[in-house]
Design a protein around this ligand. Sequence first.
Ligand code: PAF
Length: 285
Amino acid sequence: MEIVHSAAELSEHLDGAKRVAFVPTMGNLHEGHLSLCRIAREHGDAVVTSIFVNRLQFGPNEDFDRYPRTMEADRVGLEREGVDVLFAPLEHEMFPTPQVYRVQPPPLADELDGAFRPGFFHGVCTVVLKLFNLVQPDVAVFGKKDRQQLKIVRGMVQQFNLPIQIVPAETIRAADGLALSSRNNYLDAVARAEAPNLYRVLRGIADEIAAGRTDYANLEAAGRAELAKRGWKVDYVAIRHGLGLRIPHPEGFDHPNLLIVLGAAWLGTTRLIDNVDVTPRDGWD
Ligand code: PAF
């Protein structure tokens, strides 16, 4: 695996590649990221993974400084997966001058996670667009755990006519259901034991919808109350339509199979997010 830090080195190493498949990350890689690299391999003859902790997507009181940087362990994992190029740009490579131009994402970026992390999706879209321009991939793989990110990036690619296929990847979970996330590393033993309850609550709501319930507001409120009773500080529990993440029709006219349940909540100082499809299906996002 080649490790490159500049755009010039990157294009040198990708010269001659027929189809580039790209997995953007912020490092601290776990099995979920590595599964994205395996999917990328199915889509390209050259697989590029980037590691860049993007300050634009962190709010002033968020965890940019404490975000785990584990380059050596990440390198070993990526080597093992047969990734061809690790692109680890330096800060001044990505932002040679202060990034005053930003992507303006759609109103969806101010809902759900965006309502609690103002500017987050502006920062994500801006850096993803820059990475796409530098890597020039044919395919990019994004995990379904960050469902709203996947939707917003897909919309950006469509609206800016970027010739990139966005491939969704299933969430990888620990045996107890907890979605793998770099932020799980912040959890102490007690919080780690509690953490799978976010998934359990979301799955429970999805199962109620599958069984015919359409009183979405009640289901959301019950989910929030159950997590709060267990000591979580809940940002949101929300039932949305899977295609555009719009609010489902209050009278239950949406097909239940197309709905998804999303949640974000804090355990102490750690914020976890997750989502589940009412009817799980591979390859659907
Ligand atoms: O999902 C992430 O790790 C980040 O949001 C991304 C896509 C690498 C942009 O910084």
